[in-house]
Design a protein around this ligand. Sequence first.
Ligand SMILES: Cc1cc2nc3c(=O)[nH]c(=O)nc-3n(C[C@H](O)[C@H](O)[C@H](O)COP(=O)(O)OP(=O)(O)OC[C@H]3O[C@@H](n4cnc5c(N)ncnc54)[C@H](O)[C@@H]3O)c2cc1C
Length: 421
Amino acid sequence: MASIKEHPIEKINASVATTETLPARDRRVHIIGAGPMGLLLAALLQPMEGLSVHLYEKRREYTRTRMVQLSSYLVADSVESYRADHIDGDNVVAVFEPPELDEGLAFRQTLPSDLMALLQQWTLGFCPLNAIEHALSDLIDARKSNAVQRTAAVVTPEEAMTMLMPGDILIDCTGSRSLLRDHMVPGEVEGANTLTIRLEYALVIAFLYGQKYDCNEYCKYNKNIENPRYKFIPMVHRTHYDGSVSHVTGIVNITAEEYQAMPSRFDGEWLRGNFPDAAQSMDRFIDKIKEETHGEILGDLEIVRIPLDLYRARNATSRLWRAANHVDHPFVSSPVFLAGDSAIGSPYFQSISLGFECAMFLAGLIAQRDLPLRDMLDRYELYTYKQWLRVYMRSKMIKHNKDLFETIDDPLALLDKLHIY
Ligand SMILES: Cc1cc2nc3c(=O)[nH]c(=O)nc-3n(C[C@H](O)[C@H](O)[C@H](O)COP(=O)(O)OP(=O)(O)OC[C@H]3O[C@@H](n4cnc5c(N)ncnc54)[C@H](O)[C@@H]3O)c2cc1C
């Protein structure tokens, strides 16, 4: 990882004051977690005048090599291209007001060109997660002015609170097991600030294939004809032809019991030895790819088993602390925001794009020095809620389509899942 330096966590006694707008001094922004979200936010805020950005990360290296893909709406330059996805397009118009869409697109135009170039590259096809992290980290370190102050440490909630001076901004980017989600609400009980909808359990199977390979819905059907269960479903656009190598990532639905009986990650051999029916379905699918395109799998299959959850923080900011006016609590005088997987999580490989979208909006709010804090908090809450509605609708539609696909050759089972007026 690029030059994370050792620093003790700063402990600064926050005096109590309620600030309505940004302080005159340089405003300190503390970003906890330097995964993709924390790094993007740091890269967005770093060039802004009047901000001093502090980034805290507990990992010493970026080791996650899983392939991820970002949505093209991240680099859209018009409303049309922003809503190009056929499942998402109408949802976007239903949820967002035209000025909101325009504001988001206008902020994109102001992104530093080094950052925009990276985003454009990542929306073209698959990319290892740690390549995104390395690229953002290197970009931050390479900039000549406004150095981001980095701290290598595990931050505790107590440390996060005591490091704050009135008017500082704190952004929690610590991922799905968010450091501060439970602390956003006065008197909060554990887990109460999280709404979770479990859609299914799945195997995520990824491999490299030594030939160009692409797959549409006909291909998914034809290659699964002999698989009554455990249909292997490569995601739409989940393959990217990279010179002579294709990256393939597919998901296979499993039961809760099967999920419990599996380790969190394993290879093809383990699956064949322990869940032969699931392995046969996957192997049949892969054999058909090989018949068609005469290639070979490069290396081994990488398999993880995950619950596919949709979740959101009911409160993605500390605004309830301000409303309660607990004057002795640091979140009264310093706004706190949850970003990325800390705030919202979604299945079907949408999370980073969703998180980046909310991060860009938050950066746009912080850039407005005269914006009253209350407005900043309210606007971020509303925006994240709308992005949640958007991803909720898209995910439910994908799940519904997947359910129909699972029984596509059994008309009665299929009709059971339909509701047609
Ligand atoms: C198998 C799989 C495949 C996926 N594929 C895709 C895909 O194709 N497209 C997509 O959009 N998404 C995908 N995702 C989801 C994606 O990986 C996450 O949405 C993304 O990593 C979230 O980024 P984040 O920065 O919010 O959180 P994280 O990536 O979880 O980063 C959080 C960071 O905070 C640090 N941290 C945590 N606690 C502390 C602490 N107390 N102190 C200091 N540092 C701390 C962590 O070390 C970490 O670096 C996939 C997920 C899985 C499991």
